[in-house]
Design a protein around this ligand. Structure first.
Ligand SMILES: C[S@@+](CC[C@H](N)C(=O)[O-])C[C@H]1O[C@@H](n2cnc3c(N)ncnc32)[C@H](O)[C@@H]1O
Length: 295
């Protein structure tokens, strides 16, 4: 509970400076909208969209600008993010965790479910089960996440400047980073993610992958990337640590590394549907035994 409340505070703090207007998030929004507008089933009514972890609503705004007529619901644990999203697009807002989305939203009612960059915070199996529950039979689930692939430059940096030093404060920062990594549900590889998708009774229908070389020239850029764009925000959710102290330590901490810090950000952009029953009855029986996990 303490961690959940702290998580909300951290996301409210990130909301103050969250920048979806440039960089990886803007590029993702552009590519995903272009693809989804062609793929989402059209009805004789507005398309029902649920955005889990809606953030500042930029993805919904991009879909609207691309010509998708929609009735949108945005769900988020941060009231500050919900306020930013609602100021940007017409939106029903739900203040809740994505892992419990189906408690708050109707089942099988959404033509499009979005969950972009929330796997650092939301259990993967739970999210997939919620998405499957919410999706209309022919609906599309747009899942966007980074994976651990490409992160070796960052891991080596963490090792060299924090984990392997004897400096007590740097070791505290290493421990906070390790805790954040251990709590994250970002998949190590695409293969891991695909296996979980299949186990949830879903299947990947389209995949685009972005490989973005990131080069952070100095501590200021590292702080902006990690804590203002939010890529490392959950390092700040240390139980019992006041947010202001965590922010001050993060500011001090990034200055202890050497620069430039270089790694590759691998972003998977998936369009997922319900798995179709197989034509082979033997495979069907095996499939029925092995999953769907919930939803
Ligand atoms: C990195 S931002 C991504 C925002 C948006 N989806 C995008 O692609 O720009 C992560 C968002 O997830 C929200 N969030 C964090 N934990 C959550 C949870 N358990 N359930 C729902 N939203 C959550 C944060 O408040 C934040 O708005």
């Amino acid at each position: 509970m303490i961690t959940l409340r702290m998580g909300r505070q951290v996301h409210d703090a990130v909301a103050r400076g969250y920048n979806s207007g440039s960089g990886i998030i803007a590029e993702k929004n552009r590519l995903v909208a272009a693809s989804l507008v062609a793929r989402v089933p059209r009805r004789d009514r507005a398309v029902a969209v649920a955005d889990l972890g809606v953030g500042d609503g930029a993805m919904l705004a991009q879909l609207a600008a691309a010509g998708l007529p929609m009735r949108a619901t945005g769900l988020d644990v941060s009231r500050a993010m919900l306020a930013r999203a609602a100021a940007r697009v017409p939106l029903t807002t739900v203040h809740a965790g994505a892992e419990h989305a189906a408690r708050h939203l109707p089942a099988a009612a959404f033509d499009l479910v979005l969950a972009h960059f929330i796997l650092a915070y939301v259990d993967r199996a739970a999210l997939l089960a919620q998405a499957r529950t919410l999706l209309a039979v022919d609906g599309v689930f747009s899942l966007v996440t980074t994976t651990g692939e490409g992160g070796s430059g960052f891991m080596a940096w963490l090792d060299e400047h924090y984990r392997r030093t004897r400096h007590p404060l740097k070791r505290i920062i290493a421990a906070a980073a390790d805790r954040a990594l251990a709590c994250s549900h970002v998949p190590a590889t695409y293969a891991d993610l695909e296996a979980d998708i299949a186990a949830a009774g879903l299947q990947v229908q389209a995949r685009q992958t972005l490989r973005v070389p990131v080069s952070l020239p100095d501590a200021e850029a590292a702080y902006r990337f990690g804590f203002e764009e939010g890529w490392a925000a959950n390092i700040l959710t240390v139980p019992g640590l006041p947010l202001g102290v965590g922010e001050a330590m993060a500011r001090w901490g990034v200055r202890q590394g050497a620069y430039p810090l270089r790694f590759i950000q691998v972003v998977e952009m998936l369009e997922i549907g319900r798995a179709l029953p197989s034509a082979d009855p033997a495979t069907d029986r095996a499939g029925a035994r092995s999953a769907p996990r919930g939803g």
